[in-house]
Design a protein around this ligand. Structure first.
Ligand SMILES: Nc1ncnc2c1ncn2[C@@H]1O[C@H](COP(=O)(O)OP(=O)(O)OP(=O)(O)O)[C@@H](O)[C@H]1O
Ligand SMILES: [Mg+2]
Length: 1004
């Protein structure tokens, strides 16, 4: 029930009337119309009154107000119903349809356009190009179809002269992806004849008045519609229609839809041909029928791309096959005129159907795969010609009004009958509401054997002279007792009916007098085969496809085609079947006056419409009834999450009890009734409130599911990780174990190997065991070293200690430490064998005198003294003293220094053999070892290592410096010794320099 409107505008929903009476209903309708409120609800039905003026209620801002809203949230509007249909389609996957009914001029076509605009505006938020294209096509198709299928009548300046049902297809996202148009019986008699004050189809006037000069010239068409017999009447009618602007709009729309230039040209050619056909005059000359203005035939031949003679022949003769013979039978002038008119009508009708077909080709859903795209749902929009009564009502009006009867019947069936029957069936206390059921009129028209269509078909099937009068007699015979049928014969006193011409049907919407003139012809709808062949043989391919049956040869026997009435009846039955299987939404249009005035609310007219549309009954059923019903399991399925009693599953005895519990817990008990299988909800508000709660809960459920699922995923991931870790650990253990096994295997026998496993390659350890491997290697090395030294002689041990000491002190600081060779210590005997005996004497002498135990080192040297004098000497180092000897005097000792006076030694980083002994009393001894055998022997390493090792064994410190220049002190005087390489130097020698001495060594 609509809100948000103050009461000055009346009640927005007729259900809210204080008393459901016709007076109150009318008063409310009038009040709202006068206040500019043209829409009012009856529950979910929209009642619309034609405002006959532009209303500012269809703009973008209004669309926004209705988008996604529930019906009751906004004032009544077409947009609300369109949104409801759209939501039902989207939410529940239901096909829906919007049925727009009302008499001619009540505003159906306008309503259908606004509905489509609304749907186009609210869909495709993603602006997908393909969807935009489809929407554009759907909207543009209206313009084209109205040009060719609408005309000005005395009731409506833009009256639909065909029925239109359009399906819009939606994908799973709710975006339009295509559509399909079904068209119903075009009132083609309008092509050749219009009543006073009416026009033919807009297309003719658009061409004549709006076509560009060059086009009209090529079509041989003049700009004056009154020069053409077929459209002359309409040509004189004054109206506000702007044909020139419309011509352009239609041409553009056709282009946008995808009509080719050739197709558009052919359409113009057909329109022009029809105009020319209407101007043909037939005459007689003796026995021959002839065309009085053959020039026109030439023009038509040109336009239709056929030979002029063929056109003429088809117009004047009829080819008849009698057995195997084929003869040409000449028409009388009257027959020729009849044939010409039939051709004009047929050409227009075929062209119209072809246009609809072409539009369908373009908008039809392509490449749709339900498995990929989800269910393809549709919203159908039905806009059909409204109930109409003219001065002269013929076969077309009869069909149109029958169509409206069918739709009224559908409304009654769905809204009034089925609903009430359902309440009874479900055992809901119900007081029957009476209404007029127009089924009786529908039967009057369509019943087999007895209905008017049957009588008409029978009359047409009769052999011999069949006239409209015979048909009327048939009606009178069969329907004499029918309450809704009468004629002059049955009611002789009724002067409004012409004898042998009129019959009257009491329609649901009023009495209509039909003239039978033309019924037979229009029902038979004969078009001579010759014309079909003529147009099939046109060299214009577009025209040719409109006439496929022209392919049949003359002698081929064709089945008798179904009559126009039967075709129409069948199409109506299938339309109703189609609508019945969809969820219907209704727009009931009311026409406020006959004069298209925005101000006038003709009480009587409107009351009449309200009555025949059954709106009051609609209100009564609605008020007493329920807005919605659902079977218990379905209801539960949808709403069970909003109550703790039903979520996730109830434990009550039946679904019905569960539904009762649910609704009670929500506090809706007062607004519902429980049937046998269904729950009935009285007001939409309750339903919307349920929907709202559901939407809220769905959010939470989704969140819950996400939570659980995320948890599951996290746990799964955790388990994987843990498993990976176990595998990792096992693998690591395996790697470590296999490494250790490998080491074990490789080194198992090293003890017995000759090289004690020196050649055994260490296996590469896993990364984690790098440090372990280092430790292992060092343990192994130590063991290995131990195995090497454990069997050595004391001398060899001393030597190794000295070597280790040299290594520790000099490694990396000097080249060639002489580690590879055996360290002999005393080299004097080897280097100077000739003087060996004198040295032995001196040595034994010294041993005796100084009581040394061991000779550490002895070698010839070149020395420099503090008087800058360089001389050859020898040094002899024992475990007690350092002796300086003169080799030229049988190694006479020159000087001795007790070893405890020696504090350190300095050597250079080069290859030279310079060594400076530092003493406590600052009388440093600067020497360079020389006279080595073999020459080039490097003995500095040995000298330093031996001294160090000895000092260490005596627990004394010896300072070892590796430097260049070397700092020394000669009797307390500080000086430096620098080593220089000289090319032509044969022996190392000292010279004086500014700051001390230079040791020049040979540079090879
Ligand atoms: N909502 C509206 N706003 C403004 N004018 C409207 C509206 N509805 C209808 N009209 C006016 O009424 C005229 C007739 O409306 P429309 O053509 O929709 O009638 P119809 O019910 O389709 O009639 P028919 O059965 O003859 O086709 C429109 O041309 C327009 O001038
Ligand atoms: Mg219409």
């Amino acid at each position: 029930m609509a809100e948000h409107e103050s009461l000055e505008f009346g009640k927005a929903d007729f259900v809210l009337l204080d008393n459901v009476s016709l007076e109150e209903f009318m008063a409310n309708l009038k009040l709202r119309f006068e206040k500019g409120r043209i829409y009012t609800y009856i529950g979910e039905v929209v009642v619309s009154v034609n405002p006959y003026r532009a209303m500012n209620i269809y703009g973008r801002d209004t669309i926004e107000q209705y988008k996604g809203r529930e019906l009751y949230e906004r004032p009544p509007h077409l947009f609300a119903i369109a949104d409801a249909a759209y939501k039902a389609m989207k939410r529940r996957n239901k096909d829906t349809c919007i049925v727009i009914s009302g008499e001619s001029g009540a505003g159906k076509t306008e309503a259908s356009k606004y509905i489509m605009q609304y749907i186009a505006a609210i869909t495709n938020p993603g602006q997908r190009a393909e969807v935009e294209r489809v929407k554009n096509m759907l909207l543009k198709s209206n313009c084209v179809l109205e040009a060719f299928g609408n005309a000005k009548t005395n009731r409506n300046d833009n009256s639909s002269r065909f029925g239109k049902y359009m399906d819009i297809n939606f994908d799973f996202k709710g975006d339009p992806i295509g559509g399909h148009i079904n068209n119903y019986l075009l009132e083609k008699s309008r092509v050749i004849f219009q009543q006073e004050g009416e026009r033919s189809f807009h297309s003719f006037y658009q061409l004549v008045k709006g076509g560009p000069e060059a086009l009209l010239r090529s079509l041989h068409v003049s700009k004056d519609p009154t020069t053409y017999n077929y459209i002359r009447v309409g040509g004189q009618v004054k109206s506000s229609i702007n044909d020139t602007a419309d011509f352009k709009a239609v041409a553009d729309a056709m282009k946008v839809i995808g009509f080719t230039a050739e197709e558009i040209q052919t359409v113009y050619k057909i329109l022009a041909s029809i105009l020319h056909l209407g101007n043909l005059r037939f005459g007689v000359d003796g026995d021959t029928t002839l065309i009085e203005n053959p020039k026109v035939v030439e023009v038509i031949g040109g336009l239709l791309a056929t030979k002029e003679e063929s056109v003429e022949k088809a117009l004047l003769y009829r080819t008849v096959a009698t057995g195997r013979d084929v003869i040409d039978k000449q028409h009388t002038a009257q027959e020729a005129s009849y044939g010409r008119d039939a051709l004009a009508k047929a050409m227009y009708e075929r062209m119209f159907c072809w246009i609809v077909g072409r539009i369908n080709d373009v908008i039809e859903v392509k490449n749709y795969d339900a498995r990929v795209h989800g269910k393809n749902t549709v919203i159908g929009v039905l806009d059909i010609y409204g109930f109409e009564i003219f001065q002269n009502n013929s076969f077309e009006q009869f069909c149109i009004n029958y169509c409206n009867e069918k739709l009224q019947q559908l409304f009654i069936q769905l809204v009034l009958t089925q609903e009430q029957e359902e309440y009874q069936r479900e055992g809901i206390p119900w007081k029957h509401i009476d209404y007029f059921n127009n089924q009786i009129i529908v039967d009057l028209v369509e019943l087999q054997h007895k209905g008017i269509f049957s009588v008409l078909d029978e009359a047409c099937m009769n052999v011999g002279k069949v006239t409209d009068v015979v048909f009327l007699q048939g009606l009178n015979n069969k329907l004499a007792k029918h309450a809704h049928y009468t004629s002059r014969k049955l009611a002789p006193a009724d002067k409004s009916l012409e004898f042998d011409r009129d019959f009257r049907v009491r329609h649901y919407a009023g009495d209509v007098v039909y003239s039978v003139v033309g019924f037979i012809d229009k029902n038979k709808d004969t078009l001579f085969q010759d014309f079909k062949r003529l147009l099939y043989n046109s060299s214009n391919p577009v025209l040719k496809v409109m006439w496929p049956e022209g392919k049949l040869s003359i002698t081929e026997v064709t089945k008798r085609p179904l009559t126009a009435a039967t075709l129409f009846k069948n199409s109506m039955i299938s339309l109703v079947e189609n609508l019945t299987c969809k969820e219907p939404y209704y727009v009931r249009c009311v026409k406020p006056n006959e004069v298209k005035s925005p101000l006038l609310f003709e009480q009587e007219r409107c009351r009449h419409q309200v009555e025949y549309l059954g709106l009051l009954e609609n209100v009564r059923v609605r008020r007493a009834g329920f807005a919605n019903r659902q079977e218990f399991p379905r209801f539960l399925q949808r709403y069970k999450m909003i109550s703790e009693f039903t979520w996730p599953n109830h434990d009550l005895r039946s679904d019905k009890e569960a539904v009762q519990m649910l609704l009670k817990s929500c506090g809706f008990e007062h607004d519902v009734a429980y049937g046998k299988t269904k729950v009935f909800i009285r007001t939409p508000r309750t339903l919307f409130s349920l929907e709202e709660q559901r939407t809220e809960m769905v959010g939470r459920i989704v969140l819950f599911l996400q939570k659980v699922w995320r948890g599951t995923i996290a746990r799964m991931r955790y388990r994987c990780m843990r498993a990976a870790l176990v595998i990792l650990r096992a693998y690591r253990r395996y790697k470590v174990k296999s490494y250790i096994k490998d080491v074990n295997r490789k080194f198992k026998n090293v003890r017995s190997m000759k090289d004690r496993g020196r050649s055994v390659k260490w296996p590469t350890p896993p990364k984690v065991l790098r440090r372990f491997e280092e430790a292992l290697r060092s343990i192994h090395n130590r063991w290995w070293a131990w195995t090497l030294i454990k069997d050595l002689t004391p001398e060899a041990k001393l030597q190794i200690k000295a070597k280790v000491a040299a290594l520790e002190a000099l490694k990396g600081l000097r080249p060639d430490l002489g580690l590879q060779r055996s360290w002999e210590g005393n080299y004097l005997k080897r280097d100077s064998p000739d003087k060996a005996s004198s040295f032995t004497l001196v040595s034994s002498d010294l041993q005796r005198k100084d009581k040394f135990m061991r000779v550490l080192f002895a070698c010839n040297v070149r020395k420099i003294n503090r008087f800058h004098k360089a001389e050859d000497r020898a040094i002899f180092i024992t475990d007690r003293h350092l002796y300086k000897m003169d080799p030229s005097k049988q190694y006479k000792p020159m000087k001795n220094v007790p070893l405890y006076n020696v504090t350190g030694v300095s050597v250079s980083p080069g290859k030279d053999q310079l060594v400076v002994f530092h003493t406590k009393d600052s009388r440093d001894l600067v020497v360079c070892l020389q006279g080595m055998m073999p020459p080039g022997d490097s003995r500095i390493g040995e000298l330093v290592g031996t001294l160090l090792s000895h000092f260490k064994s005596e627990k004394r410190k010896l300072q070892v410096n590796v430097a260049s220049p070397i700092q020394c002190s000669m009797n307390g005087r500080k000086c430096t010794v620098v080593v220089e390489t000289k090319i032509n130097q044969s022996q190392p020698d000292f010279t004086k320099s500014l700051s001390g001495y230079i040791l020049s060594v040979p540079g090879n």
